[in-house]
Ligand binder design. Structure first.
Ligand SMILES: Cc1ncc(COP(=O)(O)O)c(C=O)c1O
Length: 376
């Protein structure tokens, strides 16, 4: 009527959220589906099955929802919790074990899956052996991000050697520092050549003439060879200076790890057995990047108060590895699926923090942390 458009009866901010969600779903599902498909409501017409809260009826309900949404049931894992199980202690297997050091969610979600990224967080090895076995069984590439766990090992095997591609960071905050820098380790010749080309503007300059990435297109004439692009790329060239610093630091790594582990033993001693704080349970041999603490959701400890006390006590702390990533605004730029309920990540985001370790004796600093937390 007279050019007036209907408006959602919500606040401007909420309307913008709905518009954004609509745009995203339209892009994913197609606009016609969004505009023309039947609206499914929680009414008997759409959900005629009897419901008695048993696993069977939940399963039927779930199948119906998958069907309405056009979602392949095989891509989703269904976990059923009885109504009475409202306690985190029961819902989170992690909780019973006081942190397993790994999420344990290794479900292949589709035939499009190509790679699993395994990240050992803050020095503590992930379940790399199980992830390796899973990748082998399902013909998946394993990418091991070992940026936070240089020197850690699992069953005698160093972290950063389980993957087909393994990465390490030597940026300032890590076990060793070359100011900026890092490295990639692989036993796969094709990955090696691709990585060299990618970090070099996409040129094939650094790879041998018979490399698979050349696909037989190499020239005899060096004029063409110097600028032959084989893949998209960017330019990352560590400086000689960073290399020199890194080589010297590697010589000290074992000693630095020994000190970090001694500090860790003191930290564990200070916090073990105190139900208010959940600390990382070591999986294999951690290289103890730092010390995480999650405030027991069943305790009355308020994280804001704890953080204030630490600030006043001159203690620095950080969010655990960036927290739960889907809680960050950046996720809207990604096309992603969430598998499972992310309860562990949410808990770390909402109730956790970490304090630093250092390759020197920090007994006094850890004692201070303990006394500041005791005072909250
Ligand atoms: C798990 C993990 N992956 C990757 C990175 C990125 O490393 P860099 O800063 O060297 O690019 C970090 C940095 O802290 C990290 O913690």
């Amino acid at each position: 009527m007279f050019g007036l458009r209907s408006r959602l009866p919500v606040s401007d901010e909420e309307r913008q959220w709905v518009d954004r969600a609509f745009a995203r779903l339209s892009a994913l599902l197609g606009e016609s589906r969004m505009l023309e498909a039947e609206v499914i409501l929680p009414i008997p017409k759409h959900f005629p099955d009897p419901y008695d809260a048993t696993e069977d009826t939940v399963g039927r309900l779930f199948l119906r929802i998958c069907e309405y949404m056009g979602v392949d049931r095989g891509r989703i894992d269904l976990e059923v919790f009885p109504d009475s199980t409202t306690h985190l202690r029961e819902i989170l297997p992690f909780w019973q074990a006081k942190s397993t050091g790994c999420a344990g969610l290794y479900t292949r979600t589709s035939d499009h899956s190509r790679m699993v990224v395994a990240v050992s967080i803050l020095g503590n090895p992930a379940a790399l052996d199980r992830i390796r076995a899973f990748c082998d069984a399902h013909d998946l590439i394993m990418f091991e991000d070992n940026c936070e766990s240089l020197g850690a090992s699992l069953n005698g095997r160093l972290c950063g050697t389980f993957g087909d591609i393994n990465t390490f960071s030597t940026f300032y905050s890590h076990h060793i520092s070359t100011m900026e820098g890092g490295l990639l380790v692989t036993n796969d010749v094709e990955i090696d050549h691709l990585a060299r080309a990618i970090r070099n503007h996409g040129w094939a300059r650094d790879v041998p003439a018979d490399s698979i990435v050349n696909q037989g297109q190499q020239h005899d004439d060096p004029f063409f060879e110097a600028y032959r692009f084989v893949v998209p790329g960017y330019n990352v060239r560590p400086l000689e200076l960073a290399g020199v610093v890194g080589i010297e630091q590697l010589k000290k790594l074992d000693g630095m790890l020994r000190v970090r582990r001694r500090n860790a033993a003191h930290f564990v001693e200070l916090f073990r057995g105190d139900d208010r704080f959940v600390i990382q349970r070591e999986n294999g041999e951690s290289s103890w990047f730092s010390f995480t603490i999650i405030l027991n959701p069943e305790s009355t400890l308020d994280r804001a108060r704890v953080m204030d006390a630490m600030r006043n006590g001159g203690i620095e702390f950080r969010m655990i590895t960036g927290g739960c990533f889907p809680n960050h605004a950046a996720v809207k730029f990604f096309d992603y699926d969430i598998v499972g309920n992310l309860n562990h990540a949410k808990l770390a985001h909402e109730r956790g923090f970490f304090v630093g370790n250092h390759p020197r004796d920090i007994t006094a600093e850890l004692d201070l942390l303990r006394s500041v937390l005791d005072g909250v």
